[in-house]
Ligand binder design. Structure first.
Ligand code: NAD
Length: 385
């Protein structure tokens, strides 16, 4: 039996609650438990979405393992895609029946949001990792009224219904298969956006992704779109390196088998122009900085436990004019960037469907196992038709 928390379901009468099935993370490192729960109706700028499918991202698992200490028990899931089922009174741009991809939460009224950088919203951590809404309330509860932590990435989409907000529910064309699109809300836009929006990879340049998971391979596809001439994928799983080649990598390196810094320098003629660190391993970041060329730039997206340090040679950075930049969610403005990625997919230029494998909701723990042992790159959990 799962423990519950004491926060309140705000302003809702029992009659307004809807039945849902949700995958609950009951305690640190535990398997998901499918439970029958209740969720309240949307209010104000909120949108209730019938979840068709949800991607599973490494970030769900690092929160399950409490590397990021979001309170438990919790409904995870932050790559939801589905159909708008109900809207709050203040919602202006969405209507019932719209197809939406759910992305990250942001306030819309801080300096970063106003300047077009919502991924650096002043309230980013509490809106995405707070385990409740910004008032400390939950929308999900048990049948005996015990609330469950939720609002993970302003959605908690490992559930049949998810409550999000107008600004993180991104309307997409009905021409695209909605069950595929959830990963655009986080992992895929992170890799693609780091390359297109943050690094601004240039034609004929050299690019290396450290890590060929969902984020790194999205970076590979984006580097190809940007016209990079040399695209190197580094990983320790050969099947991922093979897929990297199919998606546009010109070279692959299994870092277990050779001196990877030397290999990157040799392939690029002295060091890479652009790099993406998506392993979350601090020693790999050290190698990534070392393998940059003069004026090279590395985007850091891989997420280790909070307060993890990494080393680099200060003079190497200084003398070579190298840059290290942290990137959240690919610096994406989701209302613009996600429909652009859908368009690229429909035109055959961004085949991110090659990364995914579908699982039934009942098999969510198998999806975790397959993701952790490297056999599945991007699991998508099919939740309803
Ligand atoms: P993933 O597990 O699919 O990919 C990581 C890859 O790194 C794997 O292919 C793995 O084999 C490889 N790897 C691990 N150790 C390695 C090593 N020593 N050398 C070479 N390769 C190694 O995960 P993902 O979904 O692609 O996410 C990547 C990272 O990005 C995670 O840490 C995730 O939490 C983070 N993330 C960050 C953001 C953001 O906004 N910054 C958003 C989404 C995900």
């Amino acid at each position: 039996m799962t423990d519950t928390n004491n926060s309140q379901i705000n302003d809702t009468q029992d009659g307004d609650l809807l039945d849902i099935t949700a995958a609950v993370t009951p305690k640190e490192g535990a398997d998901f438990e499918l439970q029958s729960l209740k969720i309240r109706q949307p209010q104000g700028d909120e949108v209730l979405v019938k979840i068709v499918a949800t991607g599973m991202c490494h970030t769900d698992l690092i929160v399950r393992d409490q590397l990021y200490p979001v309170p438990l028990p919790l409904v995870l899931g932050h790559e939801g895609a589905g159909i708008v089922q109900a809207i709050g009174d203040n919602v202006k741009t969405l209507e019932v029946g719209d197809h939406v991809v759910l992305s990250y939460g942001h306030c819309g009224h801080c300096k970063q949001c106003y300047s077009g950088q919502p991924a650096y919203c002043a309230e980013f951590f509490e809106r995405n990792f707070g385990g409740s809404d910004t008032h400390g309330n939950n929308a999900i509860c048990t049948s005996d009224d015990q609330s469950i932590h939720d609002h993970f990435f302003a959605q908690s989409s490992f559930a049949t219904l998810a409550l999000s907000q107008e600004n993180n529910a991104i309307k997409v064309t009905k021409d695209a298969p909605i069950e595929l699109l959830g990963p655009l809300g986080c992992g895929v836009q992170t890799g693609a956006g780091a390359v297109i929006n943050a690094l601004k990879v240039t034609p004929a340049s050299t690019f290396v992704t450290w890590g060929a998971g969902a984020v790194g391979l999205s970076g590979v596809m984006a580097a190809k779109i940007c016209g990079a001439a040399t695209i190197i994928a580094v990983d320790i799983v050969d099947s991922r390196l093979q897929l990297a080649k199919e998606l546009g990598a010109t070279h692959t390196i299994n870092s277990k088998e050779q001196d990877v810094v030397e290999a990157v320098k040799e392939i690029t003629g002295g060091g890479a122009d652009f790099a993406l660190e998506s392993t979350g391993v601090p020693d790999i970041l050290t190698q990534g900085v070392e393998a940059l060329g003069i004026l090279g730039k590395i985007a850091v997206v891989g997420a280790p436990a909070l307060e993890t340090p990494a080393n680099f040679d200060v003079n190497d950075l200084l003398i070579s004019g190298k840059s290290i930049v942290g990137v959240v969610e690919g610096n994406s403005r989701p209302k613009i960037f996600i429909p652009e990625l859908v368009d690229l997919y429909l035109k055959g230029q961004f085949p991110f469907d090659k990364l995914v494998k579908y699982y039934k909701f009942d098999d969510i723990n198998q999806a975790v196992k397959d993701s952790e042992n490297g056999t599945t790159l991007k699991p998508i959990i099919k939740i309803s038709d």
